[in-house]
Design a protein around this ligand. Structure first.
Ligand code: SF4
Ligand code: SF4
Length: 145
């Protein structure tokens, strides 16, 4: 039940603007600009929870703590490595999890085995191709605009 709650709690709000909000800013100033520091995945999720889902900092921290607790289980049960879309160069798994997110290496979709995965079934996930289309939470938020 707790596992379900993790995704249920995470699956509301807005994420249509995530790329713009959490990606690289496009505004350019004249002259030399210091390189932008890439935000950590954890900071990005925290910002998303607060800005897009209206969570307080304390709530966001508590949710991230719970996400971290679930992450080893998700990685252990993940079947991505046997999926036709997975590539040998990739080492990560558990792309459905908010703290993992999409792959930077996998680009081509060749079928998704996620619906066969125990994590997918236990957590009643609704989407797929997390390696190319972002985590369950992000895909659900994008649907809600
Ligand atoms: S649902 Fe997909 S991405 Fe998530 S753990 Fe299972 S196989 Fe991996
Ligand atoms: S997220 Fe889905 S498509 Fe991507 S590697 Fe895992 S099972 Fe395959």
């Amino acid at each position: 039940m707790k596992r379900r709650e993790f995704f249920e709690k995470s699956g509301c709000g807005l994420l249509g603007l995530m790329m713009a909000e959490f990606g690289f800013a496009s505004g350019q100033k004249e002259g030399i600009q210091a390189p932008k520091k890439k935000m950590s995945r954890e900071d990005m999720v925290k910002k998303m929870l607060m800005k897009k889902m209206g969570k307080t900092e304390e709530e966001a921290k508590a949710m991230i703590k719970e996400m971290k607790e679930k992450l080893p289980m998700v990685k252990d049960m993940c079947i991505c490595k046997t999926c036709p879309t997975y590539v040998a160069e990739e080492k990560k798994v558990g792309f459905c999890h908010p703290l993992v997110g999409k792959s930077e290496i996998i680009k081509e979709e060749k079928g998704c085995d996620c619906p066969k995965c125990p994590v997918y079934q236990k957590m009643k996930l609704k989407n797929g191709y997390y390696c190319t289309r972002k985590s369950e939470m992000e895909q659900e938020m994008a649907k809600k605009g």
